[in-house]
Design a protein around this ligand. Structure first.
Ligand code: F6R
Length: 269
C-alpha cells in the first residue's frame, strides 16, 4: 500500500488527479470505477479542468459507479446516477451510456446486482477504482461486518452512514435505508485502487484501514490485500496514523520526472 500524505485537501485532489491522468495516458480507453460523495469531487473537477484546457482527453473512458441508493425515483437529484451525470459524465464529456450505475430503483435487486457484475466483466473489469472511506471504515457501501469477499448486492445502510449522509438530504429521514453496492471482492478485482480521504473525521477509519488488522469491522482494511493501492490523505485524515515511513512528496515539485515515476511505480505496493 502506497500511502501519500499531503498538506491540504486541494493537494489531495491534484495528486489523485495525477494518478488518474497517468493511468488514462497509458490506457485512453480505461474503465474507471467512480466513487460518489464529497471525497472525490475535487478529483473530478481537476480532471474536468484539465480536459477543458486541452491537457487531457477523456472521451474514451467508461465509468462504473461503486453504489446506488435503493428506492429513489429515477432522476432523483439525490441518486448517485444524478450525481455522476452532474460531476462526471457532463464535465468529463462522456456519453451517458458509458457511465454505468447499479439499478437501485427496480423491483428485482438481486437481478440488478448480477447484471451489474456482468456489465463490469463485459467491459473487461475495472482498471482504476476511485474510493472514499466512510467514518465507520466502509468502502462502497460495504458496512462493517460485510464479507471480505462479497459481490455486488443489496444491503442496509448503517445508522452511522445514514447520519453522515443526512447532509446531502433535506431531512435525516429522507436518507434511504438500503443500497446496492459493489462488494469488497468486486472492488479487490480492480487492477488499481486509489482511496482519498480528507479531514479529521476520517482519521480513525483511515488508521484502522491502513494500520489495523484486516478485519470485517473495518471493511477498508481489506485493501491491504491489494497489490496496487494508493491512499492519498491530507494531514488531518492522516493524523491517526502512528507508524512512520509514509510518503510526503514535495507538492511544489509535482509533475517533475521523479514524481511521475513514483506515480507509476508505487515503492511499497
Ligand atoms: C460513495 C461511497 C462511499 C463514500 C463514503 C465517504 O460512492 O462509496 O464509500 O466514499 O461514504 O463519503 P464522503 O466522501 O461523502 O465523506
Amino acid at each position: 500500500m502506497d500511502v501519500v500524505i499531503l498538506p491540504s485537501a486541494a493537494d489531495v485532489a491534484a495528486y489523485a488527479a495525477d494518478v488518474v491522468a497517468a493511468r488514462i495516458a497509458r490506457e485512453p480507453d480505461a474503465v474507471l470505477g467512480v466513487a460518489t460523495g464529497s471525497s472525490p469531487v475535487g478529483i473530478y473537477r481537476e480532471l474536468a479542468r484539465r480536459r477543458r484546457e486541452g491537457e487531457l482527453e477523456l472521451a474514451r473512458l467508461t465509468c462504473f459507479a461503486l453504489d446506488e441508493y435503493v428506492g429513489l425515483a429515477p432522476g432523483d437529484p439525490h441518486s448517485y446516477a444524478a450525481y455522476l451525470e452532474r460531476e462526471v459524465a457532463g464535465p468529463l464529456g462522456l456519453p451517458a451510456d458509458r457511465v454505468h450505475v447499479p439499478e437501485g430503483s427496480g423491483a428485482d435487486l438481486e437481478q440488478a446486482a448480477q447484471a451489474y457484475e456482468q456489465a463490469i466483466a463485459a467491459a473487461g473489469g475495472i482498471d482504476l477504482q476511485i474510493l472514499g472511506i466512510g467514518t465507520n471504515g466502509h468502502i462502497g457501501f460495504n458496512e462493517p461486518l460485510s464479507s471480505l469477499s462479497s459481490r455486488t448486492r443489496a444491503l442496509a445502510l448503517s445508522a452511522q452512514t445514514r447520519a453522515d449522509n443526512a447532509r446531502f438530504f433535506d431531512r435525516p429521514d429522507d436518507v434511504p435505508t438500503h443500497c446496492l453496492t459493489q462488494g469488497l471482492g468486486t472492488i479487490l478485482e480492480a487492477r488499481q485502487l486509489l482511496l482519498v480521504a480528507q479531514g479529521q473525521r476520517k482519521a480513525a477509519a483511515v488508521a484502522a484501514a491502513v494500520e489495523g488488522p484486516v478485519a470485517a469491522r473495518c471493511p477498508a482494511s481489506v485493501l491491504q490485500f491489494h497489490p496496487h493501492t494508493t491512499v492519498v490523505l491530507d494531514e488531518a485524515a492522516a493524523s491517526g496514523l502512528t507508524l512512520g515511513g509514509y510518503r510526503r512528496p514535495d507538492v511544489a515539485g509535482r509533475g517533475d520526472a521523479e514524481q511521475q515515476r513514483s506515480l507509476d511505480d508505487p515503492p511499497c505496493s
